[in-house]
Ligand binder design. Structure first.
Ligand SMILES: NC(=O)C1=CN([C@@H]2O[C@H](COP(=O)(O)OP(=O)(O)OC[C@H]3O[C@@H](n4cnc5c(N)ncnc54)[C@H](O)[C@@H]3O)[C@@H](O)[C@H]2O)C=CC1
Ligand SMILES: C[N+](C)(C)CC(=O)CC(=O)[O-]
Length: 493
C-alpha cells in the first residue's frame, strides 16, 4: 500500500514519520515553520536510509518523493494520512488540527503523535472528530515498530480498521489501546521508571550512568525480547506465576518504591542530571549517539528475526507481506520467464553487515552470494521439499572465488544476477554479479556438487532438475563468458 502522507511538524518525531513513509514508497508533503526543518528532516532521513532498508530481507518499494510546503492547507492536499507532530501543547494541537481539517479530504485519517493527551481531548471542538486518532510512535519512528493507536467512540470502526491496515503496511505494529487514558500504555511505564530514576539521582543513590548500566546490562535486554509478564512467568519457575506473585508481591509496597511521588525538579536536581549525563555521554555528539543507537537497534532486531520472536517475528511477517518480494524468493526471477541472467537477490545492505572500514564487510559478500545460490537452487527445483525428501539431495559448495570491485555502504540496495556456466550431471558452476544500479560491486564464482544427503556422496540430481538446467543453459547460451571467471589470485609483478 502506498499513497501520499502529510507531515505537520517535522522535528524529531515528524522527521521519523516522514522517513518511515518515504522509505515505504509513500510521497510525503511536509509543513513546519522552522526555517531549519528541511535540513533537520534531511538528517533524520539520512539516518533512516542507512538503517531501515537493510532491516528487511526483502526489497522495500522505491523511495517516495518529499516536498516542503508553506502552509498546512497546501501540505495536506491529496493526503490519505496526515500525521500531526507539533509540540506537546493542547492549545497548539487544537489550532493545528482545525487548520488540517479545514483543508484535508474528509476521507483522510489524521493521526496525532501526542505522548500524553487523550484522543477525546484532541477531538474536542473538532469539525469531524471521527477523523482524528492518536497514533503515538516511539523514537526512532523509522526503526521501532510500536504505534499506540488510540481511538474513541467517535471514530467509526472502519476508520480504526483502515488505520491499522495502513500502519501495518508500513512495517509498524499498531497496538490498539481500547480504553483511552492519559499517556496511553507505554508512556505510563516510561514515566514510572523515569520517576524512580529521578529519585535515585536526587537521593544520591546512583548516577545517570549507573542507572543506565542497571538497565542495559540486565533487565533491559530481557524486556526487549519477552516483555514483563512473560519474563516473570519464567522467573516463577515451575511453580508458576501465582508463586512468583506470592514471593515478590510484598516488595511492591513502600519503602521499596516511590513510584507515586514526583520529585521536585529543582535547579539543583536538573543541574546534577545534566552534569552526570555530560560526564557519561558528552564525548559523543547527538548525531553520533543516534547512529550508535540505530546500529544497536538494527543488530538486535535482526538477531530477533533469526529467532522469529517478538519484534523479529513481526519484521519477518512484514518481509513476507512485501509485494513483490516475500523473503528469499520474492522480487526475483522465476525460471519460466528466463532468457537472460537470473535475478537471484535484491535487498539493501543491513547496518550489521558493515565493519570498521565503514562498508560491507567481506564475509557478507559470501552471505549475499550464498543467498543468491540458494535462490538459484530453488529455481531449478532444488527447494526445501526436494532437500527434505529422502530420495532427494542437495548441492554442496566445493569452491568459491569472490572479487571485491567496489564499496557498498549500509542501506545500499544491492542485486545479484546469476549466470549458469555449467549445469551438467552432478556439477553446477555459477557466476554471480553483485550490482548497485549499474555499478558492479563484486563477483562470486561458485562450483557446487549435487550430493545425496543419505550417503553424503556426489550423485546426479533428479530428472526435473537436470531438465531445468538444460532449459536454462539453452536460454543463456548466447551470453559471453564473464570477465573474471576462472581466474584465481595471480602473482602480481
Ligand atoms: N521526542 C519524543 O521522544 C517523542 C515525542 N512524541 C510526541 O511528538 C510530538 C512532537 O514532539 P517532538 O518531535 O519531540 O518535538 P520537536 O520539538 O522535535 O518538533 C516539533 C516540531 O514542530 C514544529 N512546529 C511548531 N509549531 C508548529 C506548527 N504550528 N505547525 C507545524 N509545525 C510546528 C517545530 O518547528 C518543530 O520542528 C509531541 O506531541 C510529542 O509528545 C511522541 C513520541 C516520542
Ligand atoms: C518522553 N516521551 C514521553 C516523549 C517519550 C515517548 O513519547 C515515547 C518514546 O519514544 O520514548
Amino acid at each position: 500500500m502506498t499513497g501520499t502522507a502529510a507531515i505537520i511538524g517535522g522535528g524529531v518525531i515528524g522527521g521519523g514519520w516522514a522517513a518511515r513513509f518515504l522509505l515505504n514508497g509513500w510521497d510525503v508533503r511536509a509543513f513546519d515553520p522552522d526555517p531549519d526543518a528541511e535540513r533537520k528532516i534531511g538528517e533524520v532521513l539520512g539516518n533512516a536510509r542507512r538503517s531501515l532498508p537493510g532491516l528487511s530481507d526483502a526489497p522495500l518499494p522505491p523511495e517516495g518523493r518529499l516536498s516542503f510546503h508553506d502552509n498546512i492547507a497546501s501540505a495536506v492536499a491529496g493526503a490519505a494520512w496526515i500525521q500531526e507532530s507539533v509540540p506537546e501543547r493542547l492549545d497548539l494541537k487544537h489550532v493545528t488540527l482545525a487548520a488540517i481539517q479545514a483543508a484535508c479530504a474528509e476521507t483522510a485519517i489524521i493521526g496525532s503523535s501526542t505522548s500524553g493527551f487523550r484522543p477525546s481531548q484532541l477531538q474536542d471542538g473538532a469539525a469531524r472528530p471521527g477523523q482524528i486518532v492518536v497514533a503515538h510512535p516511539f523514537n526512532p519512528v523509522y526503526l521501532l515498530p510500536l504505534i499506540e493507536l488510540v481511538p474513541t467512540v467517535a471514530n467509526p470502526p472502519e476508520t480504526v480498521d483502515a488505520a491499522k491496515a495502513l500502519l501495518t503496511s508500513l512495517g509498524l505494529y499498531p497496538l490498539h489501546v481500547r480504553q483511552e487514558i492519559d499517556a496511553h500504555i507505554a508512556d505510563r511505564f516510561l514515566e514510572a521508571v523515569w520517576r524512580e530514576a529521578l529519585w535515585l539521582v536526587r537521593d544520591g543513590v546512583a548516577t545517570t550512568e549507573e542507572i543506565d548500566n542497571a538497565i542495559r546490562y540486565g533487565f533491559g535486554i530481557r524486556w526487549a525480547q519477552m516483555g514483563l509478564f512473560e519474563t516473570y512467568r519464567v522467573a516463577g519457575g515451575e511453580a508458576g506465576m501465582k508463586h512468583f506473585i506470592a514471593q515478590f508481591g510484598p516488595c511492591l509496597s513502600w519503602p521499596w518504591t516511590k513510584l507515586m511521588d514526583v520529585p521536585e525538579l529543582t535547579d539543583d536536581l536538573i543541574g546534577r542530571i545534566a552534569d552526570q549525563s555530560d560526564a557519561q555521554s558528552g564525548r559523543h555528539s547527538i548525531r553520533d549517539l543516534e547512529r550508535i543507537r540505530d546500529n544497536n537497534l538494527v543488530a538486535m532486531m535482526r538477531a530477533l528475526k533469526q529467532q522469529d520472536w517478538g519484534a523479529g517475528a513481526l519484521l519477518n511477517a512484514h518481509d513476507a507481506a512485501l509485494k513483490p518480494g516475500a523473503g528469499l524468493s520474492g522480487g526475483v526471477d522465476k525460471l519460466e520467464t528466463l532468457d537472460r541472467l537470473v535475478l537471484t537477490l535484491s535487498r539493501a545492505v543491513p547496518l550489521d553487515w558493515t565493519d570498521y572500514n565503514g562498508h560491507m564487510t567481506e564475509s557478507r559478500y559470501l552471505d549475499a552470494f550464498a543467498s543468491a545460490t540458494d535462490r538459484f537452487m530453488e529455481l531449478i527445483g532444488c527447494d526445501s521439499d526436494y532437500i527434505a525428501d529422502p530420495a532427494g539431495g542437495s548441492y554442496f559448495t566445493a569452491e568459491t572465488h569472490i572479487r571485491h570491485l567496489d564499496e557498498a555502504l549500509a542501506g545500499t540496495r544491492i542485486r545479484v544476477e546469476t549466470q549458469l556456466l555449467l549445469g551438467q550431471g552432478k556439477k553446477l558452476h555459477l557466476f554471480h554479479r553483485m550490482y548497485d544500479g549499474d555499478r558492479l560491486l563484486a563477483t562470486g564464482e561458485h562450483f557446487l556438487l549435487h550430493v545425496s544427503l543419505e550417503t553424503r556422496r556426489p550423485c546426479a540430481p533428479s530428472a526435473a532438475i537436470e531438465s531445468a538446467l538444460v532449459r536454462l543453459s539453452a536460454a543463456q547460451s548466447g551470453l559471453p563468458w564473464p570477465e573474471g571467471a576462472g581466474a584465481a589470485i595471480r602473482k602480481r609483478s
